[in-house]
Design a protein around this ligand. Sequence first.
Ligand code: 6PG
Length: 467
Amino acid sequence: MSQQFDFGMVGLGVMGRNFILNVADHGFSAIGLDTDLAKANALDEEGQGKPVQGTTSKEEFIAALKKPRKVMLLVPAGNPVDAVIDSFLPLLDKGDLIIDGGNSFFADTNRRETYLSTKGIHFMGIGVSGGSNGARFGPSIMPGGDAGAYELVRPILEAVSAKVNGDPCVAYLGAGSSGNYVKMVHNGIEYGLMQLISEAYDILKRGLGLSNAELYSLFAKWNTGRLHSFLVEITAHIFTVNDALSDQMLVDMILDQAKQKGTGKWTSQNAMDLGVPVPTIDIAVSLRELSALKAERMQAEGLYGTAQKIETDQSELLEAVEQALYFSFIVTYAQGMAQLTDASKEYNYGVNMETVARIWRGGCIIRASMLEDFRNAYHKNPVLPNLLLDETIAAQLKVDEAGIRKVVGAAIKSGIPAPGLSASLTYFDAYRSGRLPLNLVQAQRDYFGSHTYERTDRAGIFHTEWD
Ligand code: 6PG
């Protein structure tokens, strides 16, 4: 019999190829399938001396896997996942496991799991974060679905995942589509953090006139402190890269229109469905949409003029920007993690938030030192509804509150858009308001539509003939 492999990967794009090489580095044999011969060959070439093989034949691929087969898909989300599943079904045996490692929409994962269970095939949706480098040298992995099936791949996933102090950044998260859901919220938080960093950049560059070299120094310094995180680290590096096609820095030559593949939007949309406020994530999605309106923005700039320089003591504002970022990062994680907490109840996922914080500490795009604080908060109180209610985090936010107010105030005064920072601060202000003015909204609703209201002093539903 020809060689039998421990693990199979479908889709040998850069993520799939790197993931399978990572698997092979950890002593597991693996076969990769891609319809593109060049990609299958690239795996053979890069994998020389490792227990990996590329193929373009799905029959060869399936026949070469040890049973029960463990097949992971890293193909584009949507129809391609269904197409691969359908083409594999006649070749698989009961008890085999298919893992979808892409950014699939969680409802699709539920549908696929139900469908495949009728065929006796296990199916798991697994979030993988860390980009191509993470896939090669240690991603954060977010598995959800059948707990028994997870045991089939647990040793492999633990081996290939990122490690923080020896602790693997992977753990079984919960039932059904919980893995994809956790990854979706990860990406929503990612959108939020990226928006916040871009606002800080705008304030520092347009508002204070900092050069790329100064921006590099600042972000690099911040990255050695409490803002230590992958996104701050790569931001610092971005400011050092020269353009190969001009004599400018590359960042200055990049068109200011951010694309998106949908996971941030899904996070916002589903937060609305659940009734959970995530305004920093919402605004991050909106700003990507607004960035697309380049021609209109240029026209409006002609009409209204643009932002002014910020007139202030520079070193004081730099300190305040660091505080504003720290504050708004916490508030963004708090929104996303509150959404996850609610979603876990709504969809019966059974997700443990301490585990989420733990496996996000390394490997993923939103890895950051502050995740350790979040982990501690959920360790102290596993049913914490919102990180803002943790006393240690509250003590920190109180210290940085003045900084973010200063930065948002300066941005608003000079006309520099800082919607993510403002939304984070406003979320905080609303969340810590024991009484909001929404009593008036209720009065208005009752006034024009007899929608009724509840009272502060007695139970029941009331209606008033207002006029
Ligand atoms: C990750 C990333 C990854 C991908 C984003 C990009 O965790 O490794 O989140 O999943 O790079 O989905 O998303 P957009 O194209 O929507 O910005």
